[in-house]
Every structure is written in C-alpha cells, then in structure tokens.
Design a protein around this ligand. Structure first.
Ligand code: ARG
Length: 461
C-alpha cells in the first residue's frame, strides 16, 4: 500500500529496507511535545487569519491534546510506515477527526515543522543544562568555601609546581563552567528564531502570520529567510560545540578524581554512591562514575563531528541527510546532562584528605619559588640569579633526599652567604599560599572571598 500521507502519485509501497533506513520515528518520537505545541500554535494562527475555520481549529487543537495524552499514557501506537513523529501525529489526528484534520498542514511542510520542533527541543535542553550547570557550580563553590585554606600541591606537567589551596582548585572549575554556561546562553539567544511558516522552502501564498506563531512558541522573532530556515542546523552545531567544550571541562575534573582517589595519591575519597567494587579484588573502590564522565566527552565530541560532517557540502535547502541530525544531538545533550548530574553528586560528596594533601603540597620542592622570591625581596637579587641559587639548593637537598626546609642555615649560606634565618619563614606551604594575594591568586583570603561571592550569585539565580 502506498503511503496515505503522501502516496498520491505512488502505486507501490516502500521496500522493507527503505522503511528501515527512512523511518525516524524510533528516535524522533521524543519530539512529540514540541510537535504538538508547534501544531497548536500553527492552527490557532490559521484560524486567526481565516485560513481555517474556528471550529476546525478548535477540533484540531482538542485532537492534538488527546494525542498528547495518549502518548503520555503509553497507549499511542507509533508506526514506522508513517516515518516520523510528524506523520504519526497527523495520521492519528485524521483517525480522530476525519478529513478536517488535513487542514492542519495548510501553509506548512515537514521541513519547517521539523526545524521548529528540533529547535524547541534543543532550546529546552540547553535551558535545563544551564540550570544543572548552575547546580554543579554551586557544589564546587561550596567545597571552595569549606576548603579555602586547605593546601594541596598545584601541578604543571603533573609534577609538583607550587602549593595551592583546594578551594582555589575548585574555583577554577566554577570559572570554566561559567564560560560554558555563557556559551550555552549565547547559542540559545542566536537559535531563538522560529522557522515555522517557511513551509517547504519558499514560504507560502497563504496570508499567514509568522510573528504570531513565533511569539506563541516563545521565539524572539520569525527567521528572515525561508531557504535558510529549513536548511540550516547550525543551532544544533552550536549547542553541540558548547556541549563538547563543557564535556571536556568535566572530563578534566573526572580525570583528576581518578588520579586523586588512587592509592598512590590518596588526595580524596569518593563516596560509595559514586564508586563500585570489584567482583574479585575485595579492596577495590573504583571511580567508575568519574571514568564514565571522562569517556563520555569522546561521545559528545563525536556527535559534534558527525553532524558537522553530515552538513558539510549539503546544497540548499533540505536534504534527507539532515534527518541524521537528531540521534547525535539527542544522545550528546542527554549524556552531557547525565555527566553534569553525576559530577554534581561526586563533588557534593567529595572528601579531601587534608593530611595527605598537605604532605604532598610540601613535597617535590614546591616552595622553591618562594625561596627564590625571598632572595629577590630580601637580598635585592635579580630573579634569574635567585633562580640559580635556589636551583643549587634544591639540588643539594635532593642529593641528600630531604626537603628544602631541612637544609641548615649553614648549608644555605654555603651557596649564598647573605641568606639569613628569616628564609625559613617562607618555606612552609601555608606561608606560601598565604603570600599569593595577587588578584586571582591562591591565598585563602582571596579564595574565601571569591567562593562566597560565587555562592551568593548562584543562590540568587
Ligand atoms: N523526519 C524528517 C527529518 O527529520 C522530517 C522532514 C521530512 N521532510 C522531507 N522533505 N522528507 O528530517
């Protein structure tokens, strides 16, 4: 049997394989709410413009509500033969109302319909992510206040560099997430135009009011060019790009959690809720949630690449290639949301091991820069000379396998005779972090102030 929605000029139905490659209903049914909202806005406008009668419009709206109820109750039968969500809904509407249901599709095509539905879904999902990321920022900022003066090693090249505060490290992620949210909000702003009424590609001869439908669907305005409206998916690409960057940020903290929770580091304890055991090794507490967040960045970036490649070189306007936009976008954004939720749980439950952190903060000659700075400040030595003197002292300590502050004053003076007892005052990790009061620096005072101000901002949202 040929397709009842568009089969007028067809004498045969599709091959089974055609149906399988062509149908999108298995994944686009999640657009049902957006599809129904778009249709209701459209038919209301058609009635207002006297393109359909008020009675037909009312019946269509009621029919659409019935269908939404059926889908939500799980009693709706989705059909692959009807290809996608748009035709599944419309076909059911015809069953409910008879031929008058067919008036809904006046001055509309599936091309502008799907562009509208998909934009609505992406917009809603971005809003949800933005909120969720605010929650994750809050979890980080909360830890930052709590551990604003806890020292830990700061790393470059994963080698001990300089002591920092745990709170400062938490706030680094609050900043990253704030830019992620900025990108999401920015993408949302740019995508918030309604393609509905662009019809197949050229617009329509019916006297539609695109401003009305745009407004009723919460868009800022209608899109200005009908060809562009049905042929671009840059809004999804921007969403995926913002999502990818955010996923990369999350993957970095995930990796730190994996390292920090290892028996070799013992910097933090992850809660039981976000760890798993091993079926053979009873001692194990594996950071599975963190590992999965780390891995899912790959999947999200993959989705962005996949959609970029689908769109690359596509001539205007709509091509069926574009049906491949959805699975990737749904999967990527849903997985990012899951990652943010898991990360929020892990951060909230995170217990830093202050003793280990402090021990590690002092190892690896992490206060060598403080010693060099002392030489500059107290002896008026040029920094390059101070660097050299300090390097010699680090070498001496390292040969003896001791920490810098374990060298005696005589040892120090054998390298630089003008060094005084006062030098020991800068070699402790607490002093080191306390001295880093430059704007954005790691001192507990800075960190506490910033963390509190973040909490205040986030709690107002
Ligand atoms: N399921 C289709 C998609 O996702 C809807 C648009 C179909 N348009 C068309 N001209 N065949 O892209």
């Amino acid at each position: 049997m040929s397709n009842k929605m568009w089969g007028g000029r067809f004498s045969e139905g599709p091959d089974a394989i055609m149906e399988e490659i062509n149908a999108s209903i298995d994944f686009d049914k999640i657009l049902y709410a957006q599809d129904i909202a778009g249709s209701k806005a459209h038919v209301r406008m058609l009635a207002q413009q006297d393109i359909v009668s008020a009675d037909d419009a009312k019946a269509i709206e009621q029919g659409l509500d019935t269908i939404a109820g059926e889908i939500e109750a799980g009693t709706f039968t989705f059909s692959r033969a009807l290809e996608d969500i748009h035709m599944n809904v419309e076909s059911r509407l015809a069953e409910l109302l008879g031929p008058s249901a067919g008036r809904l599709h006046t001055a509309r095509s599936r091309n502008d319909q799907v562009a509208t539905d998909f934009r609505l879904w992406v917009r809603e999902t971005l809003d949800g992510l933005d909120d969720q990321l605010g929650g994750l920022q809050h979890a980080f900022a909360f830890k930052a206040v709590e551990f604003s003066s806890a020292v830990m090693p700061g790393f470059t090249h994963l080698q001990s560099a300089q002591p920092v505060t745990f709170g400062h490290h938490m706030l680094a992620y609050v900043e990253m997430l704030s830019r992620d949210r900025g990108r999401i909000q920015d993408a949302r702003k740019r995508m918030n135009e309604s393609p509905l009424g662009a019809a197949a590609l050229a617009g329509t001869s019916f006297p539609i009011d695109r401003h009305m439908t745009a407004e009723s669907l919460g868009f800022d305005r209608p899109t200005a060019n009908s060809l562009d409206s049905v042929s671009d998916r840059d809004f999804a690409l921007e969403a995926l790009s913002a999502a990818s960057i955010c996923a990369v940020h999350l993957s970095r903290f995930a990796e730190e959690l994996v390292i920090w929770s290892s028996a070799q580091f013992r910097f933090v304890k992850l809660s039981d809720k976000f760890s798993t055991g091993s079926s053979i090794m009873p001692q194990k507490r594996n950071p599975d949630a963190a590992e999965l967040v780390r891995a899912k960045a790959g999947r999200i970036i993959g989705a962005m690449n996949a959609l970029l490649i689908v769109m690359k070189g596509l001539p205007l306007t709509y091509s069926k290639d574009m049906q491949e936009d959805k699975e990737q976008t749904f999967d990527a954004l849903q997985n990012l949301s899951l990652c943010v939720a898991a990360m929020t749980g892990m951060v909230g439950d995170l217990e830093p091991n202050l003793k280990e952190l402090k021990k590690a903060a002092g190892s690896g000659y992490s206060t060598a820069t403080d010693l060099a700075d002392w030489l500059v400040r107290s002896l008026d030595m040029p920094f390059r000379n101070a660097h050299h003197v300090t390097g010699t002292l680090v070498g001496m300590a390292s040969d003896r396998n001791i920490e810098l502050h374990r060298l005696s004053l005589e040892d120090m003076q054998s390298v630089e005779p003008k060094i005084t007892e006062d030098v020991f005052s800068v070699l402790s990790v607490d002093k080191s972090v306390r001295s880093r009061t430059s704007y954005g620096g790691t001192s507990p005072v800075n960190v506490k102030k910033q963390a509190r101000s973040w909490l205040k901002t986030l709690e107002k949202e």
